[in-house]
Design a binder for this molecule. Sequence first.
Ligand code: VGL
Ligand code: ZN
Length: 197
Amino acid sequence: MDALIVIDVQNDFCPGGALAVAEGDAIIPGINALMAGFGTVVLTQDWHPADHSSFAAQHPGAEVFSEIAMLYGPQTLWPTHCVQGTPGAAFHPGLQTDPAQIVIRKGFRRAIDSYSAFFENDRKTPTGLAGYLRDRGVTGLVMTGLATDFCVAFSALDARALGFDVQLRRDLCRAIDLGGSLGRQMQAMQGAGVRLG
Ligand code: VGL
Ligand code: ZN
């Protein structure tokens, strides 16, 4: 059985938002149209405390989009985005949320970011989504959402490592593309056996 995974279709990742992805909202009608065909629909929601350590503003003198070393590895510093309970963290109003059975929130611990729907950025703290999917008999995932080269790619790569069949709907994703990140992550996903469609 297949599940539809919809990554971070939130106001802050859409045009006008704090970390806007170009055309981020263009994928919404296509994602909505897919939902009815899946018995399991999962939404993820980037959900940071206001002082989250991935925000450049928490590191005096640090530039937005620069990279720093955290205890768990390199971390890109982002504009303040998706702060818990703010309009920017809400799902885009155009996204259908009623068909989703579960919302996975991630990035809620101040000291650690979480791009993937499966593991935090230490690559080992699980969100619980793998167990949820396995318990429901899900073996294949169709991946959509924002951003292709960060949260979607990390989720797709972790899903492959966990043994799921993964299809990336490139037409239903949009990228940030920071310093060649989109090309690198597309290569990584192809190498890991993510199917592009
Ligand atoms: C994301 C950067 C920071 C994403 C989330 O959803 O791809 N990117 N937080
Ligand atoms: Zn974030």
